[in-house]
Design a protein around this ligand. Sequence first.
Ligand SMILES: [Zn+2]
Length: 161
Amino acid sequence: MYFPRMSRKPYHVRRSKTGLGLFAAAPIEKGASIAEYSGPRISSAEAQRRERRTGSRYMFEINSRVTIDGSGRGNIGRYANHACGRAPNAESTLAKGKIILRAIKNIRPGDEITYDYGREYVELFLKTNGGCKCAACVKKRGKKPTLRERAAAKPRRGRRW
Ligand SMILES: [Zn+2]
């Protein structure tokens, strides 16, 4: 007889403020595993090549030699967005060579599931993209206009010739 391991997944993927996001579909208890960050295990050298070639942002380094390429759409973990400081309600943990997203707070249905991607990601990808868009950072920046808004606000210069 076949028993599905989980009849209903505790999450779903839908639009968030910053693209797609992972949201709780049921209460998730603190400490519970939510989803795996899955994908082929490749060498970190190969990960760097792929990152350069495709611009992929889904490389998850396990250690200096092994990286998981989480670009595949079947990787549920890739839909969880980044958040800074005390804002995240999940964390990535390494268990038997697998990266598992685990709840670090009790999560209510409808809450977006976020975790801290780490300093390197923030430096590499977010600082060059108008800054981090997590709730904590947006609040910290307050009403200061983003680079794009500042650029749009600049008066248009006429042709010089
Ligand atoms: Zn942030």
